[in-house]
Ligand binder design. Structure first.
Ligand code: ADP
Ligand code: MG
Length: 592
């Protein structure tokens, strides 16, 4: 057997630790690594920009519960890939980034794409290493992968100089084999604390369970469902915690969110941080005297911003909740005479009827709410939520906020959005990650939540533009993603509803007069995004009416290639700029 090259050692190590998919873009000096990986049966998904590739790898890590792997060139490839590092860290997604770098002996001379990536990335990763020798490659890859995964997930980085990739060892015997890495170890909670927490929950007048994306990542759905079933505790999912317990469950307080947070006196928080998404756990959104029981894998989260650190549980959500279920025994929360439950149902009915009336607006161009309700109704008919046959990816300020409550999910990890960083531009990468995570040979012929899934991306026109060329990647790999572009010709709200007015604005801008010209939020007038799909070998639809939208949704759902449905929706000057939960459901009203 010929002694292996560095590229072969790297590819073999990846295969040996169990990697089956790599996201990335090749160039000098990493082409050989990707080629060797493909030869070993690893799927390489070649993107059009490292940013989207690194986003995809991080989401793949979240969806599969093991680090996603991204391979890029050095210098600019690393700089573009840093987007995925930030995204992985802030969302606690596991990611392993591998990058090429210039020849070791040329360091400091201004070599091709030279960058001291280790110094750059050390503060932003859990571990950043450059293997000093060919022999050390398996160990370094193994340890970096493990470190990115164990504990709170984040990023591991391996820098691979060109001379190492091209080098060869003299004796194949010198190279140790990397071994598969066992699942991350899980910790639980001590008896005394468990007892205290159980007592606290039992004595609550207005209890609430918040379910975050950490619970989805922990794959704790079975035991959390058991907890809710046995105890009747009202629950509130965060945007990506949706589906751990089905949205349709009667204990779901999502449509009475403000009331639940304001009144709850004991809150069990499962894998959600008290950051902006949860208003920091502070009044006036929260009941200031609420007792907060946080369950998190990361000790640093307990008591941050709010909450009683001494009530917090450091450990795995699945284990902690099953211990808690035991400790609570046969107790259940009595909902019959609870004023809190009455307030919740009143708020639910009121908010749900407002939402229904918004969705039935017959205005043209269509409103967000109307558009989403047509898409939801059509998809619901083709694949009811309980089947778990659809993954929703959603980004764009209004698109994400308004769609969140309109598309119910019944199973965990079927909804990805802009996440903790509120990052626009993640959507198409996430859609490809979901396609790769769910539509492999294991999914063929399965029913229920394990089935093959249709990936549906709801994209604001601005958000779509961040990585629109990835439509070609989807077409190339035969990924039948269904993309809706909510086209209001602008960032947030769009600026004009009228072609002539828009043209005037553009002309003024070209003449150099700022006032009366295009605004900072303006995008092109009725851009033909559907043609991008057609140009790449996919299918495209331009729609303006509910009838056209329904037809395109059904056709797109059945399409076996990437499909872009370009929906012309209402644009309006001066709509209020809001972001996040606050904007859910409407432009003006702050509460939900
Ligand atoms: P959300 O966006 O839904 O509010 P966050 O990303 O803020 O969720 O919080 C998720 C939390 O879950 C993180 O603090 C992370 O440390 C934690 N976490 C991740 N996996 C586990 C696990 N297996 N057990 C416990 N906590 C976990
Ligand atoms: Mg827009």
């Amino acid at each position: 057997m010929a002694p292996p090259t560095g590229a072969q050692i790297i590819a073999r190590s990846l295969r040996d630790i169990g990697i089956t998919v790599i996201f990335g873009i090749v160039g000098i000096p990493v082409v050989e690594i990707a080629e060797e990986a493909i030869n070993l049966g690893i799927k390489f998904i070649g993107f059009r920009n490292e940013q989207a590739a690194s986003y995809a790898a991080s989401a793949y890590g979240y969806l599969t519960g093991r680090p996603g792997v991204c391979l890029v060139v050095g210098g600019p490839g690393v700089l573009h890939g840093m987007a995925g590092i930030g995204n992985a860290n802030v969302n606690a997604f596991p990611l392993l980034l591998l990058a090429g770098s210039s020849e070791t002996h040329l360091v400091s001379r201004g070599a091709f794409q030279e960058l001291d990536a280790i110094s750059l990335l050390t503060p932003h990763t859990k571990l950043a290493l450059r293997p000093p020798t060919l022999e050390s490659i398996p160990d370094v890859i193994q340890n970096t992968y493990r470190t990115s995964w164990y504990g709170r997930p984040g990023t591991g980085f391996v820098d691979l100089p060109a001379d190492l990739i091209k080098g060869a060892v003299e004796d194949a015997e010198d190279i140790a084999e990397a071994a598969p890495i066992p699942d991350a170890p899980k910790g639980g909670v001590e008896e005394a604390k468990l007892f205290k927490i159980a007592q606290l929950l039992k004595s609550a007048k207005a209890p609430l369970v918040i379910i975050g994306k950490g619970a989805a990542y922990a794959r704790a759905e079975q035991v959390i469902r058991e907890l809710i079933e046995r105890t009747n505790l009202p629950f509130l999912p965060t945007p990506m915690g949706k589906g751990v317990v089905a949205d349709s469950h009667s204990a779901n307080t999502a449509s009475a969110r403000s009331t639940a947070l304001k009144e709850a006196d004991v809150v069990l928080i499962l894998g959600a941080r008290l950051n902006w998404i949860l208003h920091f756990g502070h009044a006036p959104k929260w009941n200031p005297s609420a007792q907060l029981i946080q369950v998190d894998i990361s000790a640093e989260e307990l008591g941050r911003n709010a909450g009683n650190a001494d009530l917090g549980i450091i450990g795995d959500i699945g284990i902690a909740v099953s211990q808690l279920v035991q400790a609570l025994g046969t107790w259940s929360y009595s909902t019959t005479s609870s004023p809190y439950i009455q307030h919740l149902s009143a708020a639910k009915s009121k908010n749900e009827s407002t939402a229904t009336s918004k969705a039935s607006s017959s205005k043209l161009p269509m409103t967000y709410a109307h558009t989403f309700s047509v898409i939801e109704r059509t998809l619901h008919r083709l694949s009811p939520p309980d089947n778990g046959g659809i993954v929703y990816v959603s980004e764009g300020a209004n698109t994400m906020d308004i769609s969140r409550s309109i598309f119910p999910v019944s199973h965990p990890r079927l909804r990805l959005d802009a996440g903790t960083y509120a990052t626009m531009g993640v959507g198409l990468g996430y859609a490809m990650a979901a396609h790769a995570a769910y539509n492999n040979s294991a999914a063929e012929g399965q029913s229920g939540p394990a089935r093959r899934k249709k990936i549906v991306a709801l994209e604001g026109d601005s958000a779509f533009g961040f990585s629109a060329m990835e439509v070609e990647t989807m077409a190339r790999y035969g990924m039948d993603v269904l993309i809706f572009v909510m086209n209001n010709g602008g960032v947030y709200h769009g600026d004009s509803d009228d072609a002539e007015e828009w043209l005037k604005m553009q002309t003024k801008t070209q003449e150099g007069s700022g006032h009366g010209g295009l605004r900072s939020t303006s995008l092109g007038w009725e851009v033909g995004y559907e043609k991008l799909a057609e140009a790449c070998g996919g299918a495209g639809y331009l729609v303006r009416t509910p009838e056209e939208l329904e037809k395109a949704t059904e056709a797109g759902f059945r399409e076996k290639r990437v499909t872009v449905v370009n929906v012309i929706i209402e644009a309006g000057k001066g709509a209020k700029l809001e972001f996040g939960w606050q904007a859910s459901g409407g432009k003006k009203k702050k509460s939900k």
